[in-house]
Design a protein around this ligand. Structure first.
Ligand SMILES: [Zn+2]
Length: 431
């Protein structure tokens, strides 16, 4: 039996270089990268895996995932969410706390971590709520959750509407150097809306969510972050102006980072033609000009991270009419392939940028060590086939929910292998 695995002939992506290095990767029985060299000679104790024409990149990390457990196990569980993550090339994720009941105490954080350890082959981290029950009235047990290992706090799904309470949360979080993730909207301005407010929403007769709802909230949170010196992270920024606010406050010295989702880069309100609820999410798809600006922001580094905001919902719920269906789409399984098909393959984005924004930065923001394909490091890598194709079929997907605009579509590129330590969590390399 071979004890070492030689990934031969692949091209290695890294955060530092836009070009891919052709190197063989030798992983020992303990799951460490023993050698990273060109043309390693296979030995008897090595299993050789042909990675010719494949790209090897560090395992991705998604800092914004809704796993729905506890409470909505019909939509997703920790176990199915972990499988979906692996399928998409993620070797670490952060679970949002808007479960039922919400993760707003040390005990709840412990509960999720225990389940995750039992049921997930990849590390699952937890965010805790900012306010008790996400009700926006009283602070949650932030110290307790931090002690139990919560890596961020957020009331994601809702903003903390009360600025006084939010400021106190920031002061508290600073104490633990805990990052505060902000879902930005003004509920009074968004109320009843289902898509971006503008010509398109009038045309379709769907109530709108104005861009200013998000931007006013971003401005408030940034201003309070500047005041308190706390690290804040603006989630799923969707408008050019919202992003420009982040730029201004970064320049002013606020400890702020922000993320964009693949769907806000790849779609716009113009794509909502036949009331397809797979294009309904919050914040909503904005204008094509916003999507373009966000892509520029991602390239320039103004946008620090990519995150999926994986939000599973049942088919029954998503089959409601556009105004009443729930917000959100799944993203774990489609993120990398859709980015490859639409942006990497056409030469708009480089692999180095994917490693920076979808592996390195999100890990750093939640206090996790960087993952790289390097000698001596634990193996933590994804094998991607640029020549392959992924058909997002109901049968093929691992998530319990299928609410993605990519459903039943075939895109270029495929995640064919995921390696974490001594474990090959997915292996379709030779298939
Ligand atoms: Zn959100």
């Amino acid at each position: 039996m071979s004890s070492r695995v030689l990934f031969k002939g692949g091209r290695i992506a890294s955060a530092e270089q836009s070009s891919l290095a052709e190197l063989d990767v030798l992983v020992n029985a303990e799951g460490r990268i023993e050698a990273l060299q060109s043309a390693i000679t296979p030995a008897d104790d090595m299993e050789v895996i042909d990675c010719q024409d494949k790209v090897l990149l560090p395992g991705l990390f998604d800092m914004h995932v809704h796993l729905r457990e506890p409470g909505r196990e019909d939509e997703e569980t920790i176990e199915s969410g972990a499988r979906a993550a692996i399928q998409g090339g993620f070797t670490g994720i952060v679970a949002m706390p808007n479960t039922t009941p919400p993760i707003d105490s040390g005990g709840m954080v412990r509960f999720v971590h225990t389940l995750a350890r039992e049921q997930s082959p990849i590390p699952i981290f937890t965010a805790g709520c900012i306010t008790q029950g996400r009700a926006g009235k009283q602070l949650a047990e932030i110290a307790d959750m931090h002690q139990q290992g919560a890596v961020m706090i957020t009331d994601d799904g809702d903003p903390v509407a009360d600025p006084y309470l939010f400021r106190r949360a920031l002061e508290y979080a600073r104490h633990f150097d805990l990052v505060v993730a902000c879902h930005c909207e003004v509920p009074e301005l968004s109320r009843g809306g289902a898509m971006n407010e503008g010509a398109r929403s009038y045309q379709l007769g769907i109530p709108g969510i104005p861009a200013c709802s998000e931007e006013i909230s971003i401005a408030r949170d940034l201003r309070l972050a500047l005041d308190t010196g706390t690290r804040i992270h603006i989630q799923h920024v969707s408008t050019a102006r919202g992003m420009e606010l982040v730029r201004r406050f970064k320049e002013d010295g606020a400890q702020v980072t922000c993320e964009v989702t693949p769907h806000h880069l790849l779609f716009s309100e113009e794509d909502i033609r036949d009331y397809d609820t797979h294009l309904k999410m919050n914040p909503p798809l904005r204008t094509p000009q916003d999507a373009e600006a966000l892509l520029e922001g991602l390239k320039s580094g103004l946008i620090d991270a990519l995150a999926t905001d994986h939000a599973p919902h049942t088919e029954f719920e998503k089959n409601l009419d556009f105004a009443h269906a729930p917000f959100g789409i799944t993203g774990l399984e489609t993120a990398l392939v859709s980015l490859y098909d639409r942006l990497i393959k056409p030469g708009q984005l480089g692999w180095d940028l994917i490693v920076q924004r979808f592996a390195d930065t999100p890990r750093r923001l939640v206090g996790q060590e960087r993952v790289s394909i390097a000698e001596g490091a634990q193996a933590n890598l994804v094998v991607f086939d640029p020549e392959g194709q992924t058909h997002f079929s109901r049968e093929g997907m691992q998530s319990k929910s299928m609410n993605t605009p990519w459903l039943d579509q075939a895109l270029s590129g495929a995640v064919v292998g995921v390696v974490l330590g001594p474990n090959r969590l997915m292996d379709r390399i030779t298939a």
